[in-house]
Design a protein around this ligand. Structure first.
Ligand code: ADP
Ligand code: MG
Length: 272
């Protein structure tokens, strides 16, 4: 495999879709692992109270673990909560614990409630860069809602990556998501752009899946990645072992598809 071109600046991608179970977390951890395997420095911020990304990356996220909650609610320092993944030396995670479940409400009464993640991330990026440890990619795994946590993710990011499941109702809710992103762009973060759409859980044997792919490519010719993520048991098994499929079964079709999607993302570069 040829090495991937590193980005000129750190790319911050929010992985978002207000539907649950479409492959946000799976996409976040496997793209992050795929890029880390190619040598990139990658940070995953788990912004879902479920903590699924933390589990999949095999990092500690028991209730008393310093986490993203301490950062966004208590003005904590990201440097103090970041953990290295056991899988790849250049892969890092800011875990989510159960405390994050209350954050959606607690944020409401806080000053600069929409910018808290951005402020903390910018400071962390500056310090790591000054220490000669610049991240190439930051992925933010969002909860399945369009509340304040997701707004914080949109405000902190330069790009949105939307995973779409190749299923019935795949495009339902997408216009609402895009409208919300436009509002954020207008009022809170003018540099935000939907850079990528990734089709997940593709089963080529069904006409339905093929139809969803055709629809998405027709509506989003620029954003839709060429790579399709197949439905694969190995992908869904990996988190049970605290692993990504990239190391759990690196030659499986699921692993290869995420490695290819990561290469596509790297070669396309950040949106202009
Ligand atoms: P979300 O974060 O959007 O809620 P997840 O990434 O947690 O979605 O995926 C939902 C479920 O589907 C999980 O059990 C996950 O293991 C499974 N899954 C995700 N992608 C695939 C895939 N390509 N093949 C098979 N199962 C998948
Ligand atoms: Mg999830």
């Amino acid at each position: 495999r040829a090495p991937l071109p590193p980005p000129a600046e750190t790319r911050v991608l929010t992985v978002s879709n207000q539907k649950g179970g479409v492959g946000k977390t799976t996409t976040t951890v496997n793209l992050a692992a795929a890029l880390a395997r190619s040598g990139a420095r990658v940070l995953v911020i788990d912004l879902d109270p479920q903590g699924n990304a933390s589990t999949a990356l095999g990092v500690d996220h028991r209730a008393d673990t310093p986490s993203v909650y301490d950062v966004i609610v208590n003005d904590g320092n990201m440097d103090d909560v970041v953990q290295q993944s056991p899988e790849f030396e250049t892969l890092f995670c800011i875990p989510a614990t159960i405390h994050l479940a209350g954050a959606e409400i607690e944020l409401v009464s806080l000053v600069a409630r929409e910018q808290r993640l951005r402020t903390a991330l910018e400071a962390h990026l500056q310090r790591t860069e000054a220490a000669g440890q610049r991240y190439d990619y930051v992925f933010i795994d969002c909860p399945p809602s369009l509340g304040l946590l997701t707004i914080n993710a949109f405000v902190a990011a330069g790009e949105v990556l939307i995973p779409i499941q190749c299923e019935y109702y795949a495009l339902e809710g997408l216009s609402q998501l895009l409208r919300n992103i436009q509002l954020i762009e207008k009022h809170l973060n003018p540099r935000l752009a939907v850079s990528s759409i990734l089709l997940t859980m593709y089963d080529g044997r069904t006409n339905l899946a093929q139809q969803v792919v055709a629809d998405v490519r027709e509506h989003f010719p620029k954003e839709a990645l060429t790579t399709l993520i197949p439905r694969s048991v190995r992908i869904s098994e990996a988190p049970g072992y605290g692993q990504t499929v990239i190391s759990y079964d690196q030659n499986s079709p699921g692993s290869i598809s995420y490695l290819e999607a990561a290469a596509e993302l790297a070669h396309r570069g950040a949106p202009q």
